[in-house]
Design a protein. Structure first.
Length: 241
């Protein structure tokens, strides 16, 4: 799948552009402008999508991912929720992130839980108090936080809760846009950041069509990063196990 992320998006967007031209001709000039904006900005940001089976697809998937982290400033790692093999793989990866220069690790936890995560990392208390979405929550996922806490503080990537707070579910902002905003904020605060972002496959491989309350729901996280001009070497990897 390497190299197909951008062409697939451009093909899909071309189709929606033609469809919208027919159904909403008054919006057509804006759509054309946005299409050109995406193409021009995409040239300056390497974007690839790979599907990786952590058990079978390569001889050393951990080394593969660390190699991508060595050469990219943002790596999105897509997962299938509540799958122990993927989560155990990530737990084993965490102690090695420092050697690849990773400074932050983004988690699919609502940003309102950030202070609880910090408290647990500092004290070891309150792991069960951290609110995690039921579709994600499981012992193996919480063990990612245990793996982070066990590290030398000088070699520990800073965990960041990047997901949309529940209090904003009825507001006109998508989860992907909020997560892109959270990632962008980290790079605004420190341009020398290197970040591993762990989210569900849907957030890294395709757009979410079920967000009817969002005025412009058809953008993925990396598209929002383009819009925010976060021009960083970016890699997207999907775990299919």
């Amino acid at each position: 799948m390497a190299g197909w992320g951008a062409p697939a998006f451009l093909l899909i967007y071309t189709y929606t552009l033609v469809r919208d031209m027919i159904s909403n001709p008054h919006k057509f000039p804006f759509k054309v402008f946005y299409f050109l904006f995406i193409i021009v900005n995409f040239i300056s940001i390497p974007q690839f999508t790979h599907a990786v089976d952590y058990n079978r697809n390569c001889d050393d998937p951990q080394a593969y991912l660390l190699e991508k982290l060595n050469s990219h400033e943002i790596v999105f790692l897509g997962t299938r929720h509540k799958k122990p093999p993927i989560l155990k793989f990530i737990s084993g990866l965490i102690p090695k992130l420092h050697n690849s220069g990773v400074t932050h690790i983004g988690l699919e936890i609502t940003s309102g839980q950030h202070y609880k995560i910090n408290k647990f990392i500092k004290t070891g208390a309150g792991l069960s108090d951290i609110q995690i979405h039921p579709q994600i929550d499981c012992p193996e996922y919480r063990n990612l936080l245990n793996a982070l806490r066990a590290l030398d503080p000088n070699k520990r990537p800073t965990p960041i809760a990047i997901d949309l707070p529940k209090s904003k579910y009825n507001e006109p902002i998508s989860r992907d846009e909020w997560m892109a905003k959270s990632v962008s904020k980290i790079f605004q605060q420190n341009p020398n950041v290197k970040m591993l972002v762990i989210v569900g496959n849907n957030h890294v491989l395709k757009k979410l069509d079920w967000q009817d309350h969002v005025p412009n729901p058809h953008r993925s996280i990396w598209e929002y990063l383009l819009e925010k001009r976060v021009k960083r070497a970016l890699e997207t990897i999907s775990g299919v196990t």
